[in-house]
Design a protein around this ligand. Structure first.
Ligand SMILES: NC(=O)c1ccc[n+]([C@@H]2O[C@H](COP(=O)([O-])OP(=O)(O)OC[C@H]3O[C@@H](n4cnc5c(N)ncnc54)[C@H](OP(=O)(O)O)[C@@H]3O)[C@@H](O)[C@H]2O)c1
Length: 437
């Protein structure tokens, strides 16, 4: 426990979850005990590591004597000062964190799913009320130091937009599709074989993981409490090799982006979708499973943070950073800055203006092109460039528009879909980041 003599200070830690991140964290805390004691101002003593199955094989650096299946008991153990939740998911994580905060303990977590849920929003309120920390640097982009940068270094900055590549699996897939001209399904199979994609990849490829991170980002960047279900979300499963090839020819790179953006007064746009980025954009060079977050501030201008967004050791590194912060705060009887939060008003995606890419397969007969372009004109969507390619059973028209209201582009697509000579509408994708060029 906490002693008056700094040389004898000990802060006691409970770790809930001993999987990929939990066991890497235990390894870091044990192997770097002396350095961490200097940084934190106290020795970090591991009280226990809660797991589900005591019989499961663990790395040697996780002592069997620390393991317990009594997570609920460990979370409220009176001798514990800080609880680290690395179980994941909503329950039992939410109940365990609630119990720990209620018992006056600071909590560190990497649980994006929980933090972006309505329960997560309640946990932040509870931590504030209890006067303890709830820290989550690892939840958005693993080792990339984002929460602290936005919350502390940029606290005086008026952030306009934060745009991130925050899902390594989808970035790996898109990078390989661009490099090899490969189809989505083939690259997904390769990612699964390499352990970079789950057997059920839905949460990654449909954008749900990135949506939870976007919701958390909206809170850190703008102080808005937004839940993942409020985030407009589109994944990468519809992207075809031909869309990626067109992007390359036209000077773009396709990325899955999580975007939080100030729109008008008191409104924020929070969305996840694939987009074509100019190849010169700093995010365009982020390859494979790496993460990066591009921040645009009113006075600071552009900043970018880049690094490993997942994996046991990188994620545990971010958790250790929070643990040191929480330890210092426990010793000082204070908490990390927790900016004021308010419910966020989410701006509907239909009102946003960006250029669009569209690929439309049509019958190859005179007058069809005119019919198609008339529909664009009828909806105030102006065409910037267009290319046509012969197919066996018709023609493919690929075009880029000038900036247009998303609602107008969607209405254009609806009318085109019902138009006789239109066989199929393939890629419909936003173009982002051209204002920098
Ligand atoms: N892995 C990453 O790269 C990464 C990156 C960023 C954030 N995160 C976040 O970090 C958290 C942990 O992820 P992970 O990859 O380490 O997960 P994981 O490998 O699945 O580990 C989960 C751990 O929780 C334990 N557990 C499950 N149910 C439990 C219960 N009822 N009581 C006690 N322990 C229980 C499991 O026990 P057993 O070992 O006995 O099964 C396991 O040790 C998640 O919130 C995740 O989103 C992970």
């Amino acid at each position: 426990m906490i002693s008056a003599d700094p040389s004898e200070q000990v802060v006691r830690i409970a770790v809930l979850g001993g999987g990929t991140v939990g066991s890497a964290l235990v390894g870091l805390i044990r192997s770097r005990a002396d350095e961490l004691a200097v940084q934190a101002g106290a020795r970090l003593e591991l009280v226990g590591v809660a797991v589900n199955d005591l019989g499961r094989a663990r790395p040697d650096h996780v002592p069997a004597g620390l393991l317990t299946t009594d997570a609920a008991g460990l979370a409220v153990d009176p001798s514990v000062d800080i609880v680290i939740e690395l179980i994941g998911g909503i329950e039992p994580a939410a109940s365990l964190i609630t119990a720990a905060l209620t018992a006056g303990k600071s909590v560190v977590t990497a649980n994006k799913a929980l933090l972006a849920s309505p329960q997560g929003i309640g946990l932040r309120t509870l931590a504030r009320r209890q006067g303890v920390d709830l820290l989550y640097e690892a939840a958005v982009a693993g080792a990339v130091p984002l929460v602290r940068v936005l919350r502390e270094s940029l606290t005086g900055e008026r952030i306009q937009r934060v745009m991130g590549i925050v899902n390594g699996t989808t970035n790996f897939i898109l990078t390989k599709m661009a490099a090899h001209g490969a189809d989505y399904a083939d690259v997904l199979a390769e990612a699964q074989a390499l352990g970079l994609a789950e057997r059920d990849p839905t949460a990654d490829v449909e954008g749900h993981d990135a949506a939870a991170k976007a919701a958390i980002l909206a809170g850190i960047a703008f102080g808005y409490d937004i839940a993942a279900e409020e985030v407009s979300c589109e994944g990468i499963t519809a992207i075809r090799a031909m869309d990626v090839a067109f992007a390359g020819r036209a000077g773009y790179v396709i990325k899955l982006l999580a975007i939080v953006e100030r729109v008008g007064d008191g409104e924020v746009s929070v969305r996840v979708h694939p987009a074509m980025l100019p190849a010169t954009h700093p995010l365009a060079g982020v390859r494979d499973a790496f993460n990066a977050v591009f921040i645009e501030g009113e006075a600071a201008g552009e900043l970018m943070l880049y690094g490993q967004g997942a994996g046991g050791a990188p994620t545990a590194s971010a958790v250790v950073g929070d643990l040191i912060d929480a330890t210092r705060n426990v010793l000082a009887g204070t908490t990390a800055p927790a900016p004021h939060r308010q419910p966020g008003r989410v701006h509907p995606a239909s009102g946003l203006r960006t250029p669009f890419y569209l690929s439309i397969d049509v019958e190859d007969r005179p007058g069809v092109l005119g019919e198609v372009t008339t529909v664009f004109g009828d909806h105030q969507v102006s065409i910037r460039s267009m290319e046509q390619e012969d197919l066996d059973d018709g023609a493919r028209v690929t075009l880029l528009t000038h900036a247009a209201r998303e609602g107008d582009v969607r209405a254009t697509v609806d009318v085109l879909s019902a138009l006789g000579p239109v066989n199929q509408i393939g890629g419909v994708m936003r173009v982002i980041g051209e204002e920098r060029a």
